[in-house]
Design a protein around this ligand. Structure first.
Ligand SMILES: [Zn+2]
Ligand SMILES: [Zn+2]
Length: 169
């Protein structure tokens, strides 16, 4: 087995998962499975959401691919399984931890990517209903959100200078 090929399949699966998740989010979660995703947009009390079930739905093919890939020595099958699993972990870290802060780990980050992805997903959550959403992706941030954060950062840096004008002393 070629290590480089393994990494290519793994990385390829990882990036294709963002596209697949975008489609699933737009057409399935905001489609016929909206009843499972609804409580992510219209939050109800309690730590768990029906929406968390999607994590399990994605974990099943990942587990099966790793299991049979390892058992039958089909390396590419195992690589695809691990690619899905890695995407799942990244998704959890970005969507559940960084954006929704279900665990208070990176709450004060000023990193442009972190702020942009938060803003982009906030725009998704602005829509409480099933129809007319925007920004269905998770890890990939559209350039317009990155630009917005960069602009905000510049403004912030500018206004700080004003804030420290004589009367503030
Ligand atoms: Zn949604
Ligand atoms: Zn969300």
């Amino acid at each position: 087995m070629d290590t480089l090929l393994y990494i290519i399949v793994l990385a390829g699966t990882f990036s294709m998962m963002e596209g697949l998740t975008w489609c699933t989010h737009k057409f399935v979660m905001h489609g016929f499975l909206w009843y499972l995703h609804k409580d992510h947009h219209q939050v109800e009390p309690g730590f768990f959401e029906k929406n968390d079930l999607f994590a399990f739905i994605f974990a099943v093919p990942s587990f099966l691919l790793i299991y049979f890939g390892t058992y039958d020595h089909i390396w590419w099958m195992q690589a695809i399984g691990f690619g899905i699993m890695l995407y799942g972990l990244a998704y959890f870290l970005v969507h559940d931890v960084i954006i929704h802060q279900r665990f208070k780990w990176f709450t004060k980050s000023n990193n442009t990517y972190v702020r942009a992805i938060r803003w982009a997903h906030k725009m998704h959550h602005k829509h409480l209903g099933k129809k007319d959403g925007e920004s269905f992706g998770f890890l990939f941030v559209h350039k317009k959100y990155m630009d917005k954060v960069r602009r905000d950062k510049k403004l912030m840096a500018g206004s700080k200078k004003v804030e420290y004008a004589p009367e503030a002393e």
